[in-house]
Design a binder for this molecule. Structure first.
Ligand code: LMR
Length: 396
């Protein structure tokens, strides 16, 4: 049977990492995948994480299976991070959360739960969106439609076009929204725009599916959740797929969660039984380590404060790199205006570099960025910045 199988194209993001690793050039730079690097170009384990792991080493007594939905303390800590401590969806028992393997695992569980249990078959995603969204949703048998989001002429958002396209959505359609730090554009809705989207979803009975992978990389842990909370105040049903890969630096622990908010407690509990059934049919129950780390940090005042300060350092370093990038491009004589990069949020910048320029950066200079022109600013350092900017100056 295997001779019928066709070769899959390389993954647009992780495939780049493979190509980067195989590149023998010494001065190569990987600005493809969204992984945070510190000033020395390393992806460190956070101190708060190491301390939590030490605590777990002393206190963990068993490696027996978790329940299908994972670590209970973790799941309730996730809800508090998402909605704030006393949000009505928590108090009313309308939110149910299951630990899941990273953002991708959470999105996949969410999509499969919807397809297995409801009549909804369509999800709307922004154009552009994270390169893996289509793959995840099509694998779960959802049909993917696009709403316009990015205005290439202004390097900003085309909110009117977003609304016009979503006007074509019908009751029960899912709408994928990036909670903050939109991937790949780095351009987010403001609070007034979130209010408009919330009303639109309410009126048209659309179901928001939040991809929330960068909480704390925009303005702060609480600030970055405002859009989600605005929507949760208004819309009766929604789903959140969140990830702690970036904000706890727990990439390879694959730790995230899927949260379903229903109209009432009873419906939420019934939905949860089916979320668990979906998980059981996929990977039975989740691995424990990442969830225990996050739960330990969030339950301990000192560790939590340390984590928040480490997160702030990551956020601020990326913001500094944005400013330095714009300045250095100018200093290299680039006339094109790249100032929009310093106002974007999160790990990524949508540079506006075209496919040919991206190809030259890689082939001639060993600088890897995603084909769409997305640059991981989180991979820039003071040391590699001159290499990057000199190369960009040559290709634009
Ligand atoms: C990214 O967008 O680079 C990250 O979310 C990593 C990934 O899995 O693609």
């Amino acid at each position: 049977i295997f001779n019928q199988v066709e070769l899959a194209p390389a993954d647009p993001i992780l495939g780049l990492t493979d190509a980067f690793k195989a590149d023998p050039r010494a001065e190569k730079v990987n600005l493809g995948v969204g992984i945070y690097k510190d000033e020395s170009g390393q992806t460190p384990i956070l101190k708060s994480v190491k301390l939590a792991e030490r605590k777990l080493l002393d206190t963990e007594t068993s490696k027996s299976y978790l329940g299908i939905d994972g670590v209970q303390a973790y799941n309730s800590a996730v809800q508090t991070l998402l909605f704030g401590a006393e949000h009505t969806v928590i108090e009313a028992g309308r939110a149910v959360t299951a630990q899941a393997p990273g953002g991708t695992g959470s999105l996949r569980v969410a999509a499969e739960f919807v397809v297995r249990n409801t009549d909804s078959r369509t999800i709307w995603v922004s154009n552009p969106t994270w390169a893996n969204h289509n793959n995840i949703f099509e694998s779960a048998k959802l049909s993917v439609k696009q709403y316009r989001y990015y205005d290439a002429a202004t390097h900003g958002m085309d909110f009117d076009a977003m609304l016009a396209d979503l006007d074509g959505a019908v009751a029960g359609d899912l709408v994928l929204l990036h909670g903050c730090c939109h991937n790949p554009t780095g351009i987010d809705l403001n609070l007034a725009q979130w209010e408009v989207i919330a009303q639109l979803c309410l009126e048209k009975e659309l179901v928001p599916l939040f991809d929330f992978a960068y909480q704390g990389f925009g303005a702060g842990v609480e600030e970055d959740a405002q859009g989600l909370r605005v929507v949760a105040n208004v819309v009766p049903e929604l789903i959140v797929a969140n990830s702690f890969s970036k904000n706890f630096g727990l990439y390879n622990e694959r730790i995230g969660a899927v949260t379903v908010v229903a109209k009432c407690r009873e419906t939420a509990e019934i939905a949860f039984s089916q979320v668990k059934s979906t998980i059981r049919g996929n990977y039975s129950n989740p691995p424990a380590h990442g969830a225990l780390i996050v739960a330990t940090i969030l339950a301990d005042g000192t560790l939590r404060t340390l984590w928040e300060s480490e997160l702030q350092q990551m956020r601020e370093r990326i913001a500094q790199m944005r400013v330095l990038f714009v300045e250095m491009l100018k200093a290299e004589g680039v006339e094109q205006d790249f100032s929009f990069i310093s106002t974007q949020n999160g790990m990524f910048s949508f540079s506006g570099l075209n496919k040919a320029q991206v190809g030259r950066l890689r082939d001639e200079f060993g600088i890897y960025i995603v084909g769409s022109g997305r640059i991981s600013v989180a991979g820039m350092t003071k040391d590699n910045m001159p290499i990057i900017c000199k190369a960009i100056a040559k290709v634009v």
